[in-house]
Design a binder for this molecule. Structure first.
Ligand code: DQA
Length: 144
């Protein structure tokens, strides 16, 4: 009942980073929220953040090797650039749920393409920190 929750570049600065776009919750706040909900849902979460693209690839492989039920991932800016992350999602059987705090489709045009979204079982955008909880619930209720 393990779920990996992976976070990409600059998300370590959540809380102070453009709060008008991303909200005032820190990544630790989100981790706490997810821990509480995971416990209620009988899931275990492995929550991580990195600023390095290849690290996200390695962690996606690891999630499968560890038998994770799903990967919840906010790849941040790598969403819009990384074919490596798309290929990683296609290279594993572990389902991937894409989460974004903001709704990239309503922002600059360079955010309108999501590579990982092409291989994601579900994408949740524009719901702020709550999006992560919704993703966890989707895993728990068997939707993913
Ligand atoms: C983001 C949206 C991306 O476009 C941006 O590069 C981020 C955060 C979000 O959660 O809204 O870093 O993934």
């Amino acid at each position: 009942n393990l779920v990996y929750v992976l976070n990409g570049p600059n998300l370590n600065l959540l809380g102070t980073r453009e709060p008008e776009i991303y909200g005032s919750d820190t990544l630790d706040d989100i981790a706490g929220m997810l821990e509480d909900r995971a416990q209620e849902l009988g899931l275990e979460i492995e929550m991580r953040q990195t600023n390095h693209e290849g690290m996200l690839v390695d962690w996606m492989h690891e999630a499968q090797a560890e038998g994770a039920r799903a990967i919840i991932i906010n790849p941040a800016a790598y969403t819009h650039t990384s074919i490596a992350l798309l290929d990683a999602a296609k290279s594993i059987r572990t389902p991937v749920v894409e989460v974004h705090l903001s709704d990239p489709m309503t922002r600059e045009s360079f955010r309108h393409t999501s590579y990982i979204g092409m291989a994601a079982a579900k994408s949740i955008t524009g719901q702020g920190a709550r999006g992560y909880v919704l993703a966890l619930e989707a895993v728990a209720n068997g939707e993913i």
